[in-house]
Structures are given as structure tokens and as C-alpha cells.
Design a protein around this ligand. Structure first.
Ligand SMILES: *Cc1c(COP(=O)(O)O)cnc(C)c1O
Length: 307
């Protein structure tokens, strides 16, 4: 019975999430001085590659594929995409085939991400940038395969991400912080945050090729959302800088929490910056979503990070 087998695979993953995710409190002078508590929801601990927000965003696309009787899913991403490798893993866990369309010519040496995606059975197709952009904007619909939009952007993605907060230690937070690329996770958090404010760290910058405008992207999934958006683009999407790398290393030394240089390192940097500037009121209770993405650090020169 492949169908119930596949549904079981999704339930099994949620059991794994329940077992692995913890809420970790940051103990620091800057929090004490501000009289603010700062917790981190460690969704990065779910799984080394299918971690963080990616599984949550994929869940309802996978259910859609299973309920339509499709045997496969297809999606889009770059050579270091967390979304690509997570899709490969999650599809395999549900007994579905997967195809990943990758932006750019096939490289002579495959990235770790692509090698991992292939090891999870993903069929990888390399497209030139022009072909890729054209296919993404025209959305390739196939009769027997479910399309998962790039980054999981869409209402099913946001619905899955709205469930992230179920795993938090309590529901009394005043501020939920997350990093955003497409804004899918942020849109989901806005649906389930209750009275907490959602603060979103845009890691892509103003000329966001994924969304053009992050707030519009979030509101087209969650119309009544009013998140506060901060910029932490550090010179552009997936660019590293010495200041960022120093921060990530110090944050790890102080808290034993590894972060990635594309998303979560910038998120924690932005929160610390707000604390230094005393922007948030006394008594605030912050929850920051550690949305995973650690595999992306493999694209950095080795030796830069102390973990
Ligand atoms: C993909 C990703 C994000 C961005 O999520 P969106 O829903 O696209 O905004 C944030 N953090 C990590 C670690 C990611 O891998």
C-alpha cells in the first residue's frame, strides 16, 4: 500500500521533529541589561539536511502529491540550495521520486549539496540561467508530478511553516524573529503568532530576485500580516563578510549554537544589534527561529568557521 506508506513517512517525520526540536535560552549580559529574554527554537536539530523550515514548508506539497496519486515532485534551486537537498530527502522518505532543476550549467565539480541531493535519489537537470528563469516564471506543470515552487513559496508552504510555533516551549512570546528569503516561513509565522509581533530579517536585500518586494510576497500569502522587516543583506544574498564570519564564530563560542552565513547568522546578528540599540521594550520575550541551513556553510572556504 504505497499511499498509507507515504502518509506514514510524513507522520514519522513529525515525530522526529517533536523529539529533536528544543527551545534554548541565550544567557548574555546584553539580555540582562535590557531585561529581555531571548530563546532560540532549534529546528536545525531535526535533521542535518532536511532541517529547519524546509521540512515544514514541504509538508503540504508532499501531501498534495500523495493525494493526487502523483509518483513524483519537481522543484527549482541553485547549486547550494537548502530547499533542493531537503526536497530530495523528504520526497524519498515519502516514497516519491524527485527532479531538481538547477540554475546554471552543470559544474565540473558538483557541490556537496548536489551530491547529497543525488544520493537521496533526486534527478538533477541543469538549465542555463535564461532557461531557468523562463521555466520558473512560466511554472512547468507536468501531468504526473507535483510542482513545488522555488523555495516552497506558496500557500501550502506557509501553512506548513505556521506549524513551527507548535514546537516552542511556551506561547507567551512578545516577538517572533525569523530570517526570510522568499518570505514563505514569515507568512506562516504571521498566521500562528497570535499577539506576538513578527520581525523578519530580509537576507536578500532590496533588490530581492526571489520576491521583488518581501512585504508584498508575505502579504500575498497572509493578507492581514503586518510584520516588521529589517535588512541584513551584508552586501547581497549568500555573500559572506569578515564581520559576519566573526559574529558567527563568537555566537558559537558563547552559546554553542552553530548558525549559517546565509540566513540564521544574519538573523542573530540583527537581533543582537537591536539589543545594543535598545530598540525593544523591557520585558520583551523574544523567540528566534533557528531555521537550519547549516549545510550551506559547506560552500565557504574551509577553516573560516570554528565548528
Ligand atoms: C530557506 C531558508 C530560509 C528562508 O525561508 P523563506 O521561507 O524562503 O523565507 C531561512 N532560513 C534558512 C536556514 C533557510 O534554509
Amino acid at each position: 500500500m504505497p499511499l498509507s506508506h507515504s502518509t506514514d513517512a510524513l507522520n514519522w517525520f513529525h515525530l522526529l521533529a517533536r523529539e529533536k526540536i528544543i527551545t534554548q535560552s541565550i544567557r548574555s549580559y546584553i539580555c540582562e541589561q535590557n531585561e529581555i529574554s531571548w530563546d532560540i527554537l532549534r529546528t536545525d536539530l531535526i535533521h542535518p539536511v532536511c532541517s529547519g523550515n524546509k521540512f515544514f514548508k514541504l509538508r503540504y506539497y508532499l501531501e498534495e502529491a500523495i493525494s493526487h496519486g502523483h509518483k513524483a515532485v519537481h522543484t527549482y534551486g541553485g547549486a547550494w540550495s537548502n530547499h533542493i537537498v531537503a526536497t530530495a530527502f523528504a520526497a524519498q522518505a515519502c516514497g516519491l521520486q524527485s527532479t531538481g532543476y538547477i540554475r546554471g550549467e552543470e559544474p565540473a565539480n558538483w557541490s556537496q549539496t548536489l551530491q547529497d541531493a543525488r544520493s537521496y535519489g533526486m534527478n538533477l537537470v541543469f538549465l542555463t540561467r535564461a532557461e531557468f528563469d523562463q521555466q520558473v516564471s512560466s511554472t512547468l506543470h507536468l501531468p504526473t508530478s507535483t510542482l513545488i515552487p522555488m523555495g516552497g513559496y506558496g500557500k501550502p508552504g506557509a501553512k506548513g511553516a505556521s506549524e513551527i510555533l507548535h514546537y516552542a516551549a511556551h506561547q507567551n512570546y512578545t516577538h517572533i524573529f525569523c530570517a526570510a528569503g522568499t518570505g514563505t516561513m514569515a507568512a506562516g509565522l504571521c498566521q500562528s503568532a497570535g499577539s506576538a509581533q513578527v520581525w523578519v530579517v530580509n537576507v536578500v536585500g532590496n533588490n530581492n530576485p526571489l520576491t521583488n518586494n518581501l512585504l508584498t510576497a508575505i502579504q500575498s500569502l497572509t493578507p492581514n500580516a503586518t510584520p516588521t522587516i529589517l535588512n541584513a543583506s551584508f552586501g547581497g544574498f549568500a555573500k559572506s563578510s569578515p564581520a559576519l564570519i566573526d559574529f558567527i564564530n563568537r555566537f558559537y563560542q558563547q552559546n554553542s549554537i552553530p548558525t549559517d552565513f546565509v540566513y540564521t547568522g544574519r538573523l542573530m546578528f540583527a537581533i543582537e544589534d537591536l539589543l545594543h540599540k535598545k530598540v525593544l521594550p523591557k520585558g520583551s520575550q523574544i523567540l528566534a527561529i533557528h531555521s537550519g541551513g547549516l549545510q550551506g556553510n559547506n560552500s565557504l572556504k574551509s577553516g573560516l568557521l570554528g565548528f
